[in-house]
Design a protein around this ligand. Sequence first.
Ligand code: SF4
Length: 449
Amino acid sequence: MSDILKTYMNRNVPRYTSYPTAPHFSKDFDATAYASWLHDLPPKDAISLYLHVPFCRQLCWYCGCNMKLAKRDEPIAQYARTLVQEVGLVAGHLPDRMKVSHLHWGGGTPTALVPDDLERAMQAVHQHFTVTPDAELAIESDPRTLSAEMIARIGKLGFTRASFGVQEFDPKVQKAINRIQPPDMVRRSVDGLREAGVSGINFDLIYGLPHQTVGTLLETIDLCLEMEPDRIALFGYAHVPWMARKQRLIDEAALPGPAERLLQSKAAAKALTDAGYMAIGLDHFARPSDSMALAAKTGTLRRNFQGYTTDLADTMLGLGATSIGRTPSGYVQNLSETGAWARAVESAALPVGKGVAFSMDDKLRGRVIEMIMCAGHVDLDQAGANIGAAANWYHPHIPELDQMQADGLIVRDGSRISVTDKGAPVIRVIASVFDSYLTGQPQKHAIAV
Ligand code: SF4
């Protein structure tokens, strides 16, 4: 690895699942603005729903999510009742009954709900929205706690995709991250869901975990390939114990360094592409027939809080404590404390915690960053023209772009920039050139690879 690449890799930059990124959402944003954004949505547009369950039955030490450990059922059942209320509350602010083309349950662990509560929430969705016949209905799942009854209910409710945090199968690594799930446990869940009619299976893998090596990761990938997932996301472990307190339980001395992380990431990517998966964006791989591979080929891949997505809707309504939504006017994040979120919903108030209205500059930079992250290239003049910006809007960034070109990370052709193979591992750093908020905050994000 060249010293130049090392320098870029060590920069702390966001993952750009939004722009502006979540640390720049403001607490001064209030529910009145969100209500008017909802009211102004084009009623014929299809939208997406994101439903968040912030509970887990077990604690993984690498976890960076905002979640609660729940040993009892009642807090989760109470949460589910409030979530049903919130579906109706938000729908009541819309201009009409709207179509839903994508729905995603995330967490936490959505399958921590009991099956009847999942069904009641889905009934509320169908009561207030028209779910299109070809809608993607996706749910994140934990194989350690996924019951046969829940598998059958997921199938009955028409879910089309399920994802699993596989991470790594090596027993020593699983012990070091407190996530024990042997391959057979995952295989049983995958087979059960497929038999129940869930056609799309996603796996998440992580490199850079304690005690992990290229060898353990490649063995994990071999085991995964036997289960034939349709998509695999390969993330670098982001060790940010100053933000994610659970990670203080991770033995820092056992973490691989940046050079080893790069080797792991490259070896895993090669194993997946050798097996016939198409590499997509920063960290995804898909079978060539999967809708994400088709979106990447046709230039319609997008990026949102779930990472890369085939979801083309301009609006995603976030439901549940801490969930983030997007409208054409800006981002909104619900209150993250479940009690405060529930009190707001129960008093029929939109449970808004933070938000940010898009400026024209945000829209332009957000689109450019998304194009770089999704397609690996962008025409800066064209992106500016689409949004009415001055032709020279990006000229202040030219010295940095020139340096990246000299370092072999990008190729510039007039106003078009394309990320090279050398630049691909640091694509977030390249995108960050256009982040006007990213100044003087070196500890807020994980290192770039
Ligand atoms: S990694 Fe997933 S299952 Fe584990 S604690 Fe975090 S949210 Fe829960």
